[in-house]
Design a protein around this ligand. Structure first.
Ligand SMILES: Nc1ncnc2c1ncn2[C@@H]1O[C@H](COP(=O)(O)OP(=O)(O)OP(=O)(O)O)[C@@H](O)[C@H]1O
Ligand SMILES: [Mg+2]
Length: 544
């Protein structure tokens, strides 16, 4: 049975003071039923809302008294509540005016039991017990309704995410293709500029950096919608933190001191490295920005292994659930301004921000990544007391192994000549930008406007093509099918897959199919060239 206080089973007693009320309370106490003697109808009305299970009213206490406060309090009860009233008549008479008035006032719907006196204690006790039972069933209905409401909210959240996913996916696909054109051409133009054209260089660098910021926004949206880049590897979280904090150190405010407490013996986690970096970056930047400009503060990033037992106290996960088991924990703690409850309730909403220049996408992205990694996230914060964000990733016991998605011969020097690259992409801007870059770096290029044409060209000259740069999402024959057909013609064909977003399953399947590399759109000219160089290592040039 549920504890009494939690579900409100106190019997409110309204009876003339003296023998009557002391007899009733004595009896209830003997049966360990909690009770409370109310001083008048006002007192009863006040207690109706809090932990009350039923009311026991003696008629004598109601004669000539206004029942309005009690009726108002009963009206305010929630829809599931049908508050039980036990009404004790005056001794030995027919129903009096007071009883009749009360019944009329309460109406037909009220849950009133009339007990005529003289009453035996056993009868009273069994009436109290049966009213309690009825009340408990009401509590069950209340809990059931609360669970339904929570499920509804979860469903709504899922639907919201799904439609955002469709939107983000569509935006990412088109937007990243356009950005590839902008960024690719601008970065290539920078490389081709004569030394003296300094002014033009600055202008073009601004174009590249604006398109990088636009690409960052798209990545945050995609991450929130659970459609971010997704190449699952076994990863050492400490290493990720070390690398990314090194990079962002210069971009966080100077009054924030960054301290790392990273475990060396960390279990591996199965995750996408880029998305983990995104989590660390967003949390650390937020923590640093939470430190008021007029004082210094500290941001501590901790990683550790943690074993969760059953029934861990005080867990308030903002996302996901962490059952008993082994976890790798990432904790970002700051002693900044902290948050009040109203802010904390909204921080994961996309576009919620309290900052002048904020976009409100940082934590939304973190939440999406946490969800898609089946991790859990908890937040502790109070105004003036700083904030702690903790992400718990399920640990993988085996040791950390090498990178997936990187082709053989990574890091080898380039040999530009002789290599012919087949570019298959349905977007003209992308094809032209990639071609311009590859021309610049001395590669031969052949262009295909869709999957069908790509396969036809490859079929006609399989021995001439050193590498295929393949778009994932195309109308007609998509990237996955093209890859399959190319492999059927030449099993060891080197293919670099390029996309603005990736479906996890596709990438996982591609891994098995021996993809030479992956290129996230949008990419700059230098990135494309470096990726080609790493795949076309010396000795591996030409058709394999
Ligand atoms: N460590 C923190 N301390 C205090 N408040 C925080 C902290 N982290 C987040 N917040 C609050 O949560 C809000 C949302 O954070 P989020 O990272 O999603 O967006 P943002 O930082 O405002 O903008 P963006 O990250 O897109 O540049 C912040 O505006 C801030 O009010
Ligand atoms: Mg932020």
């Amino acid at each position: 049975m549920t504890p009494l206080a939690e579900n409100g089973e106190t019997v409110l007693v309204l009876a003339p003071t003296g023998r009557d009320s002391s007899l009733i309370t004595e009896m209830l106490q003997r049966e360990t039923i909690p009770c409370h003697i109310c001083a008048g109808v006002d007192g009863l009305a006040e207690r109706l809302g809090e932990s009350a299970g039923l009311a026991l009213l003696a008629e004598e206490a109601l004669i000539g008294v206004s029942l309005a406060p009690m009726l108002r309090a009963l009206d305010k009860q929630p829809a599931w509540s049908d508050f039980p009233l036990l009404f004790l008549t005056t001794t030995g008479s027919r129903p009096t005016e007071t009883s009749m008035d009360l019944l009329k006032l309460l109406g037909d719907e009220a849950n009133v039991t009339i007990l005529e006196r003289p009453i035996r204690m056993a009868t009273l006790l069994s009436s109290v017990r049966s009213a309690h039972r009825a009340r408990r069933r009401q509590y069950q209905v209340r809990d059931y309704l609360a669970r339904l409401k929570q499920k509804d909210e979860e469903l709504l959240q899922t639907q919201k995410l799904e439609s955002l996913g469709v939107l983000a996916g569509g935006v990412a696909h088109d937007f990243n293709n356009l950005l590839t054109g902008i960024m690719g051409n601008a970065s290539l133009a920078i490389e081709c500029l004569p030394r003296e054209a300094r002014h033009l260089r600055t202008v073009l660098e601004d174009v590249v950096s604006a398109s990088e910021r636009a690409a960052h926004l798209t990545r945050q949206l995609l991450a929130y919608a659970g459609k971010g880049r997704f190449i699952i590897e076994r990863i050492d979280l400490s290493e990720i933190v070390r690398a990314i904090t090194h990079l962002i150190q210069s971009s966080i405010p100077k009054n924030a001191c960054l301290r790392l407490e990273l475990a060396d013996d960390l279990d591996a986690v199965e995750a996408d490295a880029t998305q983990l970096q995104q989590i660390v970056m967003n949390l650390v930047i937020n923590a640093a920005e939470a430190i008021p400009a007029d004082r210094s503060g500290e941001v501590v990033v901790t990683t550790r292994n943690e074993e969760l037992g059953a029934g861990r106290p005080g867990q308030a996960f903002a996302a996901g659930e962490a059952g008993p088991g082994r976890y790798v924990v990432l904790e970002v703690r700051d002693n900044g301004q902290g948050m009040d409850d109203a802010t904390r309730a909204r921080i994961f909403d996309p576009f919620f921000t309290t900052k002048f220049t904020g976009r409100g996408l940082g934590l939304a992205a973190v939440l999406g990544i946490v969800r898609s990694h089946k991790a859990a996230l908890e937040v502790q914060s109070a105004p003036g007391a700083g904030s702690t964000f903790r992400v718990l990733f399920p640990a993988v016991s085996a040791a950390v192994t090498g990178d997936v998605g990187r082709g053989a011969g990574d890091g080898a020097a380039a040999r530009r000549d002789a290599a012919t690259i087949l570019i298959i992409d349905d977007e003209e801007t992308v094809r032209r930008a990639a071609k311009a870059t590859l021309d610049h770096y001395g590669y031969e290029t052949i262009l295909a406007t869709d999957g069908k044409q790509g396969v036809e060209i490859f079929t006609a000259m399989p021995d001439r093509i050193s590498l295929v740069l393949l778009d994932l999402t195309m109308p007609g024959i998509g990237g996955e099918e093209v890859l399959r057909r190319l492999k059927a013609i030449r099993p060891h064909v080197r293919v670099i897959l390029s996309s603005g977003f990736n479906e996890m399953e596709v990438i996982e399947r591609f891994n098995g199919a021996g993809l030479a590399g992956f290129l996230q759109k949008p990419y700059a000219a230098g990135t494309l060239a470096a990726r080609l160089r790493s795949v076309l290592a010396p000795g591996r040039i030409g058709p394999s």
